[in-house]
Design a protein around this ligand. Structure first.
Ligand code: ADP
Ligand code: MG
Ligand code: MG
Length: 193
């Protein structure tokens, strides 16, 4: 269930996952990008820890908004503003809705409004679209989350830095899809789903 309490646990677990997997995320980004994805998100994770401590947002929309604003403003690179836009979209939707699928859908819309990526371009959107669908149909499992990331290997990148590689981007996992998979796995762990 999506409440301030479960969402706070979710974000805390996500921060932990990002910091634990910082090097791995940057490694994935070294293969098809500029090698900074883990470092970018780790900077965001640390800024988020501080922002949540100082601002201590007490409602669900405020919590999601502080998270989004912090990611947009503190993470260099494409991923910060994109993931930040997801949280800002979720914050707005959560003002009058506590249905997880609806809130996540607004998050996906936030990413796509900002980054213009559609399905099949080898971005985090290729993780978000199937996961949002699975949440809607109540079929999400952690195995599904993992399979979805794995599938980004087969895609040729047409958005973001990886698109500069053309066919050579095939065979590699998209780093942003991997970090979004941490977001969804921690969502399950926190009992939001
Ligand atoms: P940068 O590419 O600026 O160094 P990061 O390395 O932090 O930023 O993030 C790269 C990730 O951002 C990619 O793996 C991809 O998932 C995601 N990404 C890049 N461009 C877009 C876009 N237009 N829409 C959605 N996601 C994108
Ligand atoms: Mg990068
Ligand atoms: Mg970069």
């Amino acid at each position: 269930m999506l409440t301030q309490e479960t969402a706070r646990k979710w974000i805390d677990l996500f921060i932990e996952q990002i910091l634990e997997n910082k090097d791995y995320l940057s490694e994935l980004d070294t293969a098809i990008g500029d090698g900074d994805h883990g470092n970018n998100l780790a900077r965001g994770a640390n800024a988020l820890t501080e922002a949540l401590q100082t601002k201590n947002p007490e409602t669900l929309p405020d919590l999601l908004k502080v998270t989004g604003m912090t990611l947009v403003s503190k993470v260099g690179g494409a991923s910060g503003p994109l993931l930040g836009s997801a949280f800002i979209g979720m914050a707005k939707a959560s003002q009058d809705n506590d249905d997880l699928a609806t809130v996540l859908e607004a998050g996906l819309e936030g990413i796509q409004k900002r980054g213009k990526a559609v399905a099949g371009e080898k971005t985090m959107v290729d993780e978000w679209i199937p996961v949002v669908e699975a949440v809607k149909s109540k079929t999400l499992t952690s195995a599904f989350i993992e399979e979805t990331v794995e599938k980004t290997k087969d895609i040729k990148a047409t958005k973001g830095r990886a698109s500069y590689l053309g066919d050579r981007s095939i065979g590699h996992i998209d780093p942003g899809a991997m970090s979004s998979s941490y977001l969804f796995k921690t969502m399950m762990e926190a009992g939001v789903y």
